[in-house]
Design a protein around this ligand. Structure first.
Ligand code: NI
Length: 168
């Protein structure tokens, strides 16, 4: 397993649309293992492959605080079950240090494959619904800052660019 580098906004590679995974094989399982290691190392609760510059449809999530509830979603598709919007303060490992309220539908049905290529089909609500929709956006090249006002997004962009120049 290996910790991969997480791309940070406004890196244009984060705008790439992820391709469908042709088969959940050893290559994808290694990717999944690396994604979990990278996510846990960064204290995140979700990571899309797009964030480590791998543009394939793979999401990992763990909402537990001790790494005990890993969830894998390969080639996920979602359908809105309850369009009622719920606001949640979202953060993102690709937008470090910032969090803002984003409104999303409160219940979704997700279909995907797990780490062994077995089908996943469930209706989810609460934090898992928020997290899944956030990670699905990454696979489409979209970030939570896209939901904010242009002024807010510009401020975040400038502060992150300054930080990135400082670290370079
Ligand atoms: Ni994110």
């Amino acid at each position: 397993m290996a910790i991969r580098k997480i791309l940070e906004f406004p890196d244009p590679r984060l705008r790439t649309r992820a391709a469908i995974v042709p088969a959940v094989d050893g290559r994808i399982q290694t990717l999944i293992d690396d994604m979990f290691e990278t996510m846990y190392d960064a204290n995140g609760i979700g990571l899309a492959a797009s964030q480590i510059d791998v543009h394939e449809q793979v999401i990992v999530i763990d909402l537990s605080s001790d790494g005990s509830a890993p969830r894998v979603f390969v080639n996920p598709s979602i359908e809105v079950i309850d369009e009622t919007l719920d606001g949640f303060e979202e953060g993102c490992l690709s937008v470090p240090g910032f969090s803002e309220a984003v409104e999303r539908p409160k219940a979704i049905k997700v279909e995907a494959l797990d780490r062994d290529g077995r089908p996943v089909d469930e209706t989810v609500t609460g934090l898992l619904a928020v997290c899944l929709q956030h990670e699905m956006d990454h696979l489409q090249g979209k970030l939570f800052v896209d939901y904010l006002s242009p002024l807010k997004r510009q401020r975040i962009r400038q502060r992150l660019e300054k930080e990135q120049r400082r670290k370079a």
